[in-house]
Design a binder for this molecule. Structure first.
Ligand SMILES: *Cc1c(COP(=O)(O)O)cnc(C)c1O
Length: 392
């Protein structure tokens, strides 16, 4: 049923993310960093890379930080450090960005998919447990959309079965997990290794590609650093201890990320305010579910993802929002096991019904630190107008 646009005057154009506005607000700081790198001329492994790693380490409660070229490399390096055998199995959520499964597959490991929790969208510990077999070596938890998977349960499960826990923190930098004893740890520092991405659209985004690994173990950090640099131990030029990758964070990106890291806490708070405003406007709207909060986790709202009652309502809402000048995105329209490249894993349609249903019913609304209250209200009004008229 076609639905007319809400009788509202659209505020300034609404974008999914507004990097030009973000950068304009900190332009002098970015310019100074850029000029410094140009002057110093150390474009690879310059001093800013180590400074950035140290500053990010401080932000992450002292965990070691190993910068690398991108978030996908970080996942691959995390798995390489485990020194697994071809055919060893790694548990991966069926509902994730493809990079999580890809990192395992490219190393000749077998991604074993497991269902997610339909409310939090994250790996379901019970499903992960059911997927454990004699060749299982690791669990890859993805902190999707900005909140942690159940790290208490997943860490216990990993320990019980002698598995490594890898945390894909590309969407959740700055989130924290609280254990039942009240202690808290930053996302990405609970498992053996955490990974993140500085892809420009992430909460902490470079002006190009970038990534990093986190670990609490100094020995592990040295090993990851070595793997990211052609398997060469630090300070031992032309000695190649292992087969590694060439995966470095550019000095320029590190310098720019140092600037942005200083603003990350304020940007995260701004995202949380946008989310709270959406919640207040949308929580009681029939036919739509606002993002559920995982007990134990804070949420840094990389995405604000609502779930509709049916695929038709989701697609209808997206079209209606477009008519209203509101962009929205489906993260992710196809689960890993329905991707052509992953057919060799032998999964069938219908095998992961929760993940498949989410692919058909989720919609991510605009959320970024520069979004104004007026813009949020406009988006929420447009959502409500559609559901009022279309019915549940
Ligand atoms: C962005 C992202 C990645 C990949 O990061 P790149 O830097 O683009 O390689 C991996 N996993 C998740 C969950 C992501 O969101």
């Amino acid at each position: 049923m076609p639905v007319s646009a809400p009788r509202l005057v659209s505020p300034a154009p609404i974008r999914l993310l507004d990097l030009p506005a973000q950068h304009a607000a900190i332009q002098p700081e970015l310019d100074a960093a850029l000029q410094r790198v140009l002057r110093e001329g150390a474009f690879i492994q310059g001093p800013d890379v180590q400074h950035f790693a140290a500053e990010l380490s401080q932000y992450l409660d002292g965990a070691h930080v190993v910068p690398c070229a991108n978030g996908t490399d970080a996942l691959q390096l995390a798995l390489m450090a485990l020194e697994l055998q071809p055919g060893d199995e790694v548990i991966v959520p069926a509902f994730t960005y493809v990079a999580t499964a890809e990192a395992a597959a490219i190393l000749g490991l077998r991604p074993v998919l497991a269902e997610v929790d339909p409310l939090t969208f994250n790996l379901d510990p019970a499903a992960a447990e059911a997927a454990i077999g004699p060749r299982t070596r690791a669990i890859m938890a993805v902190h999707l959309y900005g909140q942690c998977a159940d790290l208490t349960a997943l860490r216990a499960l990993a320990r019980q079965h002698g598995l490594a826990l890898i945390e894909d923190t590309a969407q959740a930098i700055g989130a924290t997990w609280q254990f039942p004893d009240g202690s808290t740890q930053p996302a990405g520092t609970v498992g053996e290794v955490g990974t993140t991405s500085f892809f420009p659209s992430k909460n902490l985004g470079a002006l190009g590609d970038g990534g990093a690994l986190f670990t609490r173990s100094e020995a592990h950090a040295a090993q990851l650093q070595e793997l990211a640099n052609h398997g060469q131990p630090r300070g031992r030029k032309y000695l190649h201890q292992r087969i590694g990758l060439n995966s470095r964070l550019d000095t320029l990106q590190a310098a720019l990320l140092r600037v942005k890291l200083r603003h990350l806490p304020a940007w995260t708070a701004a995202r949380q305010q946008v989310a709270a405003r959406y919640d207040a406007a949308l929580a009681s709207v029939p036919g739509l579910r606002v993002p559920a909060r995982q007990t134990g986790s804070t949420h840094v709202f990389h995405q604000y993802t609502v779930t509709l009652a049916s695929p038709a309502r989701r697609d209808g809402l997206q079209e209606h929002l477009k008519q209203c000048g509101v962009p929205s995105v489906v993260y992710y329209p196809v689960p890993v096991h329905r991707q052509p490249a992953y057919q060799y894993l032998g999964y069938r349609e219908g095998q992961f019904p929760r993940s498949e249903a989410l692919c058909r019913t989720v919609l991510s609304l605009p959320i970024h630190p520069q979004l104004t209250a007026e813009q949020v209200d406009y988006v929420a009004a447009a959502v409500r107008a559609y559901l009022d008229q279309a019915g549940q």
